[in-house]
Design a protein around this ligand. Sequence first.
Ligand code: SOE
Length: 394
Amino acid sequence: MGQLRVGMVGHAFMGAAHSQAWRTVNHAFDLPLSARMSVVCGRDEKRVAAAAATLGWESHATDWREVVARDDVDLVDICTPGDTHAEIALAALAAGKHVLCEKPLANSVAEAREMAAAAAAAQTRGVRTMCGFNYRRVPAVALMRRLVAAGRIGAVRHIRAVYLQDWIVDPEFPLVWRLRRDVAGSGALGDIGAHIVDLTQYVTGARITGVSALTETFVRERPLPADAAGLSATGNGRAGSGEVTVDDAALFLARLDGGAIATYEATRFATGRKNGLRVELNGSLGSVAFDFERMNELEFYDATAPSSEQGFTRILVTEPDHPYMAAWWPAGHPIGYEHSFTHEVRDLIAAIAVGDDPAPSFADALQVQLVLDAVERSAATSAWVPVEAELASV
Ligand code: SOE
């Protein structure tokens, strides 16, 4: 069996989730390529050495440029904050490496365009790219797409999507990198709003064509974190505090091609909601709804059933003919959040092995970035903003 030698940059939450996927994928799926966890990269020598041992990487490095240059790396997996996605991806593609890049693709449309153009050029050389919108690979979400594509809910009229977290409700929570525009690009909008934009476009096959939005930052000043690298005290003069420069919440209405209308809510101030991702589609022949807190289930309403039998059914998505599930346990045995990453790298390896283009591509991720940009421009002007059609050339 051939090997796919991986170099991963970043080893925090997403690095740990991706490491679990690289460790397990070839044990769960029969693939023509075997993932080899060659090197993990992080800025702090002591911490990345410990991460290599804990997460199962053969070696470690402190400079991503070394990872990109190594001959024993075929694929670079980018699990860093958004301000480094573009430079790492562009260098890796130039070096002929495949790239998996965490979402959102970039911190700006300009960066995303450059990455998508580089990916399109690299594709002609057989180099593959994917953006890590992992929720597409939750079996119930893939089943949702299958039902919609089969016409089981008819014409999609309403899309209702929320992504609710509450980890920064405490005003004393420090000014971490996700709360700084220069590092994260945006707040809840790009971090979790990007997921529901991609997921709803994935399950419907439609594209957002315009938005009307508002954003809010409820807590505008926070204590500086212990490692306040690159930060200076600002705001009300309180010693060791800094300005929050991103949104805490984003709400927007949208129209999609194909005629659906949609509501989106991404917030980090939904007190009590830890990772509440919910999507409901209402169509001319039925409805389908997904709730990540019950990730092994899908609600389905078939309006064509006899009226005496109509009602929302709860599909337990654990049958072997459900997406990805034949690889795991007998019916009735649920899987978890981490499996979505295993499925993500499974599909990436399978595509690379046959010379196919994985999805979502950098072009798909650019389209999400265009939506995020339109949301921010709409919120800034209180106006309806069309979503620029993705450049055909990309
Ligand atoms: C933080 O909001 C976060 O880790 C996101 O960045 C992930 O994409 C999401 O899956 C869980 O929450």
